[in-house]
Design a protein around this ligand. Structure first.
Ligand code: PSV
Ligand code: MN
Length: 388
C-alpha cells in the first residue's frame, strides 16, 4: 500500500530548474519565429522564470547560459533573481557558437583554440563563484563529420586535459554536469556521444564530476531508465536536461512525446531514493518553444514531470518487489501499469491547493494577465534568441 500523505510530501518537495534560453526565441535552421513579449535581457528571462515558479511552486531556480546571459555584475543579477523569488541555478557553457570552433572547441587540433575554449570553462566557474551556483553544465558540440578528419583518440586526450583543468578549478561546493549527445552538429563522430563516455571521463576526474542525461540525446529506442538506474547505482548521476523527442534532439516539452518513458525514468529516480533535492540531482528542463507560447509551455512541462513523478511515487513497491521475487512477470508488470494508469491530477491539485496555489497553473497563468503585460511592455530592444 502506498502512503498518500508521503506521496504528497514528496511532490511538494520536488524541484525542477528552468532554462533561461527556453524563454527566448528559438527555431530550426529553417526559421526562427519571433514571438511578442519575449525577454530582451537576462533580467527579463529571470522574471519569466519567476512567474513559472509562482504558478507551479516547484521551479525556484533558473539556469543561465553564457554568453547568452552575460552581464557585468552577476552578484547583482543574483540579487535581482532573489527579489523575484527565485535563484540562479546551473551555469551552462557555450563553446559552440564561435567561428573558431568549426573543428571543435576543447578537442580542436589547434592548441590556441583549445586554450580559448578551456578559458571559457574557467570563466564560467568564476561566474559560479559570483552567483553561488553549485553546477557547471558542460556540453561540447565537438566531433567530426568525416572518417579520417581527425584522430579520434587524440581528441579524447585533449578533452580530458580541458576537463581536468576545469575540474581542478572547481570549489569545494561546486561540481560538473557532463552532458553527452549522440550526434549533431557533428555527423560522423561526436567526442562525448553517450553516457558511457561521459561516465568514464567523470570517473577519471573524481567525485565532483557527474553525468547529465539530456533525454533528447539518444538513439531512438534507447532505454533511458536503464541508464538512470545504472548511474544512480554508481553515484554518478548529477542532472537531467528534460525534453521530448520524436525523431532527434527535438527539444519539445517534457512528457509531450512519451509520458510513459518519463514515468519509467521517474520510477527509477523514486526507487533509487533520488527524488528529494537533498540527494543532489538537478532536474532541469532544456527545451525550445519554437511555435508555442513559451511561459505556459514551460509550466506545462513542469506539470508533466510532476504527473510522471506522482505516478512513480504511487507504484506499490512492496507488491512489485514481491512479484519480482516470485518471478510473477504479469503481476509485476500489472503493479507498475496500475500506477501509470492512475489519474494523478486530483492529487496534484490537492498538493497545489495545500501550498496556496491554483490547482490549474496553466489556466491561472492565462488568467493572470502577465502575457498581455509583457507583450505591451517589451517593445523595442533586441529579443533574446538565435538564428534567422
Ligand atoms: C545541446 O543540444 C544542449 O542540449 C546543451 O544542453 C546545450 O547547452 C543546450 O542544448 C542549449 O541549447
Ligand atoms: Mn541539454
Amino acid at each position: 500500500m502506498t502512503d498518500l500523505a508521503a506521496v504528497k510530501r514528496a511532490l511538494a518537495a520536488q524541484r525542477i530548474e528552468t532554462p533561461s534560453w527556453a524563454f527566448g526565441n528559438s527555431g530550426t535552421r529553417f526559421k526562427v519565429f519571433a514571438q511578442e513579449g519575449v525577454p530582451r535581457t537576462p533580467e527579463e528571462k529571470i522574471a519569466d522564470a519567476a512567474v513559472v515558479h509562482r504558478f507551479t511552486g516547484v521551479a525556484p531556480t533558473v539556469a543561465l547560459h553564457i554568453p547568452w546571459d552575460k552581464v557585468d555584475d552577476y552578484r547583482a543579477l543574483g540579487e535581482y533573481a532573489k527579489s523575484e523569488g527565485v535563484a540562479i541555478g546551473a551555469i551552462n557553457t557555450n563553446v559552440f557558437q564561435d567561428n573558431d570552433y568549426k573543428l571543435g572547441s576543447v578537442t580542436n587540433p589547434d592548441a590556441g583554440i583549445r586554450r580559448k575554449a578551456t578559458d571559457h570553462l574557467l570563466e564560467a566557474i568564476d561566474i559560479m563563484d559570483q552567483t553561488g551556483s553549485r553546477d557547471l553544465k558542460l556540453w561540447f558540440s565537438d566531433g567530426i563529420n568525416y572518417p579520417g578528419q581527425d584522430d579520434l583518440r587524440l581528441r579524447q586526450d585533449r578533452l580530458h586535459a580541458a576537463l581536468q583543468e576545469a575540474y581542478d578549478r572547481l570549489g569545494d561546493d561546486q561540481r560538473f554536469l557532463l552532458e553527452y549527445k549522440l550526434f549533431e552538429p557533428a555527423f560522423y563522430a561526436t567526442d562525448i556521444p553517450d553516457w558511457g563516455t561521459s561516465y568514464a571521463h567523470c570517473v577519471e576526474l573524481g567525485e565532483k564530476a557527474t553525468v547529465c542525461i539530456d533525454t533528447g540525446h539518444h538513439a531512438p529506442g534507447t532505454n533511458i531508465e536503464f541508464i538512470v538506474a545504472f548511474l544512480l547505482r554508481q553515484g554518478k548521476l548529477g542532472a537531467f536536461d528534460f525534453n521530448s523527442r520524436f525523431y532527434a534532439d527535438d527539444d519539445l516539452m517534457a512528457g509531450a512525446a512519451d509520458p510513459f518513458q518519463l514515468f519509467r525514468i521517474m520510477y527509477e529516480i523514486v526507487r533509487g531514493g533520488a527524488l528529494d533535492p537533498s540527494y543532489g540531482i538537478n532536474f532541469m528542463l532544456d527545451q525550445c518553444h519554437n511555435i508555442e507560447a513559451k511561459i505556459p509551455a514551460i509550466i506545462r512541462s513542469v506539470l508533466n514531470i510532476q504527473e510522471a513523478t506522482a505516478k512513480a511515487l504511487l507504484v506499490d513497491r512492496d507488491a512489485l518487489f514481491q512479484a519480482q521475487a516470485e518471478g510473477d512477470v504479469l503481476e509485476a508488470n500489472a503493479v507498475l501499469m496500475d500506477a501509470y494508469n492512475t489519474d494523478v491530477r486530483p492529487i496534484l491539485a490537492e498538493v497545489r491547493a495545500d501550498a496556496g496555489l491554483d490547482p490549474d497553473p496553466v489556466r491561472a497563468y492565462k488568467a493572470s494577465g502577465y502575457q498581455e503585460k509583457i507583450v505591451a511592455e517589451r517593445v523595442g530592444g533586441e529579443q533574446a534568441g538565435w538564428g534567422a
